[in-house]
Design a protein around this ligand. Structure first.
Ligand code: IPM
Ligand code: MG
Length: 356
């Protein structure tokens, strides 16, 4: 098949990890006879520096015209002073909104070879396999913001339609999995959460009667994710709770560096990015873990291009590399030697060329 992919490296370690995912995509395309046109564009802080706009019109047009967007990470101290006028984060929120990708899927699985990389006991994290469905284009991130000398306000709004569609995403995913949704809210305090709970309950009852729905308050969810992470299947959350809980959940997998994400909307075009940030502290050193981005490329093939076998091939190659002891600094065990970003990418490429 032929597909157009916009490639936004972004800032910090973003371009380094994206380069490895691009190599993997090219290798898969070559092997399976696909023609992928991968076109890079400036985004985030890099675009602010070059064009005074974190999401320049040319970049947005490229993304709109693409079948999928592969993104690294954005941001850094250079653009984050408290009174900064232009923020890379704002560009990311705009891009998500412009592309209409309201459903952010963040799968969390614990690879057996990384069971000791987690700060939690191996016995707690063994066999963890769940997926967050995070609402991505609503809530407090997008509400009105006001600031005066003495006060600041961020408004949190959710519409029935927004909760319905994200609940449907969770329902469809749960159906293909273990048929269990935990919907997370703060309905003992927030009105938006009471709406969320009511709408999720109705949609599941009417459209997904085969799915078991449980509601959990966000504070309790933060605790249960650590206490009994194996019990979760699909976790449905609003925007900010999902942001916070997925960073927490990444510690089950051993590192923020290994988790991918897919952001989907009504169309097949999606935005794919690792859940980690631009890690300015290690940027430019070539030591970042590219696995989260490589696995995001696999999600891209699966969800936007419908290439399931190719996606599985990448996931299997990552798994082989990890089983064979390939480690970047963030997942290093005692006595193990750290690979560079490029070397880790190469180990995945080698496994891809020589599958088991
Ligand atoms: C994420 C990030 C972003 C978010 C930031 C960079 C705006 O933390 O994708 O999890 O909060 O959504
Ligand atoms: Mg985050």
């Amino acid at each position: 098949m032929k597909a157009r992919i916009a490639v936004l490296g972004g800032d910090g370690i973003g371009p380094e990890v994206v380069a490895e995912a691009v190599r993997v995509l090219q290798a898969v395309a070559q092997r399976h006879g696909h023609e992928l046109a991968l076109t890079p564009a400036l985004f985030g802080g890099a675009a602010i520096d070059a064009h005074g706009d974190g999401l320049p019109p040319a970049t947005l047009e490229l993304c709109r015209g693409a079948d999928a967007v592969l993104l690294g990470a954005i941001g850094g101290p250079r653009w984050s002073s408290p009174d900064a006028q232009l923020r890379p984060e704002t560009a990311l929120l705009r891009l998500r909104r412009e592309l209409g990708v309201y459903a952010n899927l963040r799968p969390v699985t614990v690879h057996a070879a990384l069971r000791n990389a987690s700060p939690l006991k191996a016995g707690v994290v063994d066999g963890v396999d769940f997926i967050f469905v995070r609402e991505l284009t609503g809530g407090i991130y997008f509400g009105e913001k006001r600031r005066s000398e003495t006060e600041a306000t961020d408004v949190c709004t959710y519409s029935v339609t927004e909760v319905e569609r994200i609940t449907r995403t969770a329902g469809a995913l749960a159906r293909a999995r273990r048929k269990r949704i935990v919907s997370i809210d703060k309905s003992n305090v927030l009105e938006t959460s009471r709406l969320w709970r009511a709408v999720a309950t109705r949609v599941v009852a009417e459209e997904f009667p085969d799915i078991a729905l449980e509601h959990m308050l966000v504070d309790a969810a933060a605790m249960h994710l650590i206490r009994r992470p194996r019990d979760f299947d699909v976790l449905l959350t609003e925007n900010m709770f999902g942001d916070i809980l997925t960073d927490e959940a990444s510690m089950l997998a051993g590192s923020l560096g290994v988790l991918p994400s897919a952001s989907l909307g009504a169309a097949s075009r999606g935005l794919y990015e690792p859940i980690h940030g631009s890690a300015p502290d290690i940027a430019g050193r070539g030591i970042a873990n590219p696995i989260g981005t490589i696995l995001s490329a696999a999600l891209l093939l699966r969800h936007s291009l419908g290439l399931e076998a190719e996606a599985v091939a990448i996931e299997a190659a990552v798994s082989t590399a990890l089983t064979d002891g390939a480690r970047t600094a963030d997942i290093l065990g005692p006595g193990e030697k750290a690979l560079t970003t490029r070397e880790m990418g190469q180990r995945v490429l080698d496994a891809l060329r020589d599958p088991r």
